[in-house]
Design a protein. Sequence first.
Length: 335
Amino acid sequence: MRRNDANIWGCMDAALILGARPGCARMPTNDLDPKIVAAGEKSAMSRLRLLDFDDLFLLSHLLEGATIAATARQLGLTQPAITQRVRKIERVFGEPILQKAGRHVRLTKAGRAVCVKATDALALMRAVTTEPARTSLVVGISPLACATWLWQALSMLRERAPQHLYHCVVSPPEETASLLETGSIDVCLATFGQGQSGVIELDELEYMLVTRPDLGVNIGRAQDLERQLLLEVDRSYPLLTRLEATSRAAVRFRDVWFLGSIANVLAAALAGAGVAVLPQIMVEPYVAAGKLAPLLPELELVPESYRLLFLPNRSGEAMIHMLAEALRTTSAKTR
């Protein structure tokens, strides 16, 4: 890096080695206000943050044994400018960093310590700026899977691989399939298959028929459901279809309430508005807490098989397999 690269300071900041976060503003190169230097007891490392890139390069060259003249040539500065910078650094640290040795100058003990810290800061900045860029993946998903499954897997991935970004596009299943075909998304979590896609089989999403416990005590057989209100998402995605066809034929409800989202169905069930078919992964915590009660175990509910679909021969397959593993782990934890 040369002094023309100094604009990197705005996103890096030598204070990285102090444990500070990137994005700090660059310090001006003019002489520092003495009040800033004198304010409080600053450690050597925090004082290092008051230096700019040319100061750090100057200290690095001095540590390597370069003379003032040679350092000036390396940085494209005049010797008087280098001398001014040395004085500025000495004001920041409150002690001399150079001392005369005959016709030459050499680092003091304190000066050598400062130079080592400056060299470490430059090495860290070089390492950070040469790291590979973050990678991202656009994931298509249905509202149900997003509310019940994906968010837990993404939370796990944020901890394991924070350098990877997963962007979610929530849409109905038929729209998700179209987005995958056109390349608008990289992968989708789906219950359907697709001939032109790569497929990673995941797991099955189990369902439960539930209601609030005080309502559940009055429901001991399928005929008792005739007095209950069925809570549904909408007509295009009825949750009751998870019942086996034979069971569904034997079930009747007083009425159906379409609530528009899986979250609204859950909230209405918790409020005691009626009966709902909901994913087991979503309702198990409420069942364990006694806020919901499972109903009629003899009624068979069909699990929903999920898979990841993606277009072959595209970049990001490693991230797709990481997502698949996180989804499997999330599913296993709920059993």
